[in-house]
Design a protein around this ligand. Structure first.
Ligand SMILES: [Fe+2]
Ligand SMILES: [Fe+2]
Length: 194
């Protein structure tokens, strides 16, 4: 059973057009997002070492994201693309994190739900990237990533349900889904994951 909620809006065709127009720039940003997703999963472990029930899944998620980073980096090198000296900050992640509540328990819930929503958006966008590829290898690669991020979108809600009751989790997740659509629609379109 899928635990995460569907997104409130689909990504625009203009977004995938921008990505396909400068795929090397997209790859640089994509690699960075995978690296940050791995670090984010491990930051839960560092911040909440007492939440024993979710630590194994957080570690697994961090390892999977790091593996995605390794794969995207290998793809970049094959195309002669390097990691940029400095990545632009991610206005999408920044806007979402800014909306998280500040007390310890509420923040814990919000950070888990933000992670779920970001993963669900990542899955939606990797599906679009997969479908836009002519090369069967690239099509397959992004299809695998799409499935993996969709699974992560589900896992973070599962973690939230371990510590908070269902109504609270889903009321708040519905709020986040609506907020995420607002944040996304305020972003300028570029060859990046967000
Ligand atoms: Fe990933
Ligand atoms: Fe992920």
């Amino acid at each position: 059973m899928k635990l995460n909620l569907d997104l409130a809006c689909a990504s625009k065709p203009e977004w995938i057009a921008a990505v396909m127009q400068d795929f090397d720039a997209f790859l640089q940003d994509h690699a960075d997002c995978e690296r940050k997703a791995s670090a984010m999963a491990m930051s839960f472990v560092a911040k909440y070492p007492d939440r024993l029930a979710i630590i194994p899944e957080l570690i697994d998620t961090a390892v999977e994201e790091l593996e995605h980073f390794r794969q995207v980096y290998a793809l970049m090198r094959k195309r002669g693309v390097t990691l940029p000296k400095q990545m632009r900050e991610d206005p999408y992640a920044k806007a979402l994190v800014k909306r998280c509540k500040s007390s310890r328990e509420e923040r814990f819930l919000d950070r888990l739900l933000v992670a779920s929503v970001m993963e669900t958006r990542g899955a939606e966008r990797f599906k679009m990237v997969s479908e836009a590829q002519d090369d069967p290898e690239m099509h397959r690669f992004y299809k695998i990533l799409w499935a993996s991020e969709a699974k992560h979108g589900h896992i973070f809600v599962k973690m939230a349900l371990h510590y908070f009751d269902e109504k609270r989790v889903y009321d708040r997740l519905a709020w986040w889904i609506a907020e995420e659509a607002k944040v996304l629609n305020n972003l300028s379109i570029r060859a990046a994951l967000h």
